[in-house]
Design a protein around this ligand. Structure first.
Ligand code: ZN
Length: 176
């Protein structure tokens, strides 16, 4: 079996049997993230005890890359101090953007997403769960309990801002 086949199997295994799947009854924070490019979405519940991830769960639907990656993420950050979980999230983001080589000691099954880094559209899928964890950790630390985020990076964000700007200008126009 070639490396690509092995990686494919790892991703499909996480997709078919997602680890830490479902909703957390006693989440410190719950966030909903959506990737409009592919239609992937997930609700991530995070429970912190002190500065440690005491429990994490993901309830989602979408492509194998988005759901498989979220499953890998939960496995990696569960039980870790939040700061270490965020370091892994940053390492995975850099790995997906081709800025660093994957280190299996840091990213575990996450290394299986190496092929995805070469497909910019799918990178958003692979990062969805990780960005949701980052969002949830930041919100939990700030004492917030929930949040809703449409996944956006770079071009998407500026498109949203441009739409917002256009809407405001249209409103101003109608006042006159
Ligand atoms: Zn996707």
């Amino acid at each position: 079996m070639g490396l690509q086949d092995l990686y494919q199997e790892i991703i499909l295994d996480h997709y078919k049997k997602p680890r830490n799947a479902g909703r957390l009854e006693d989440a410190s924070v719950e966030v909903h993230h959506y990737n409009p490019v592919c239609g992937d979405e997930l609700t991530l519940g995070l429970r912190l005890e002190g500065d440690r991830v005491a429990a994490i769960a993901v309830d989602g639907q979408g492509c194998a890359i988005s759901q498989g990656s979220a499953s890998v993420m939960t496995e990696l950050v569960d039980g870790l101090p939040v700061a270490e979980g965020l370091e892994k999230a940053e390492a995975f983001r850099q790995f997906m953007h081709g800025e660093i080589e994957a280190d299996e000691d840091v990213l575990g099954d996450g290394v299986a997403f190496a092929g995805v880094a070469k497909l910019p559209i799918r990178v958003k899928c692979a990062l969805l769960g990780w960005m949701a964890f980052k969002d949830a950790a930041v919100r939990a630390s700030a004492g917030e309990s929930s949040g809703e985020t449409v996944y956006g990076e770079g071009a998407d964000e500026s498109a949203t801002q441009a739409m917002e700007q256009a809407r405001k200008e249209a409103e101003r126009g109608s006042d006159r």
